[in-house]
Design a protein around this ligand. Structure first.
Ligand SMILES: [Zn+2]
Length: 192
């Protein structure tokens, strides 16, 4: 069974196979299964190199995950909302190394906030853009633009949980600073 179906079962989510996606409301013919399948290929609409450069490779994953919180582990939502906050509000240029740092920050955070949850926005406030709209983009420029709009709308829709993302982002930025001081010190020691 795919992981997302296992998570859905854990959350007592009954999968509807027809019509719009039951979680994000995207215009699918075959519901959430089609929505998830489209998300699986959406990052490949441009090269991996460009995807990292424009950060679409990260933003698509964050936006889709947050629109489908019932098919992910609970702490995934903390990760994705914090990464959106760092990219959209702190202009962090994301890399795979930073994913490792954020996971370490989150592991320590979980211990002190065991019961904390990211709450889904109600239907009236959720993002109007979905993965199906992004998939319909006609060229690379439109794709990049739509992904950033999608990420912004999803981030905004989670306004109630922005304070959580802010505190995690602070911890992340402190850790990055500590790492860069450490490596600077090593360089200084080596050049002595
Ligand atoms: Zn969906």
């Amino acid at each position: 069974m795919p992981k997302w179906l296992e998570q859905a079962a854990k959350n007592d989510l009954e999968i509807l196979e027809d019509g719009q996606c039951q979680l994000c409301g995207s215009d699918t013919l075959h519901g959430i299964t089609e929505c998830v399948a489209t998300a699986g290929k959406i990052t490949h609409k441009i090269s991996q190199e460009k995807g990292i450069q424009h950060m679409t490779i990260f933003l698509c994953v964050d936006a889709h995950a947050l629109q489908h919180t019932l098919i992910h582990g609970r702490w995934n939502n903390h990760f994705h909302l914090t990464r959106l906050h760092l990219i959209l509000r702190h202009q962090v240029q994301w890399t795979y190394d930073l994913t490792t740092v954020l996971n370490e920050v989150l592991d320590a955070y979980k211990l002190k906030h065991a019961d904390e949850r990211i709450i889904d926005p109600d239907q009236a406030h959720r993002s109007a853009i979905t993965v199906i709209d992004v998939d319909a983009s006609h060229d690379e420029d439109e794709y990049v633009r739509l992904v950033w709009q999608w990420a912004e709308q999803v981030y905004t829709s989670f306004a109630d949980s922005h304070p959580i993302a802010q505190s995690l982002a602070e911890l992340f930025l402190q850790k990055c600073e500590a790492i860069s001081k450490d490596s600077q010190q090593t360089v200084d020691e080596e050049s002595e």
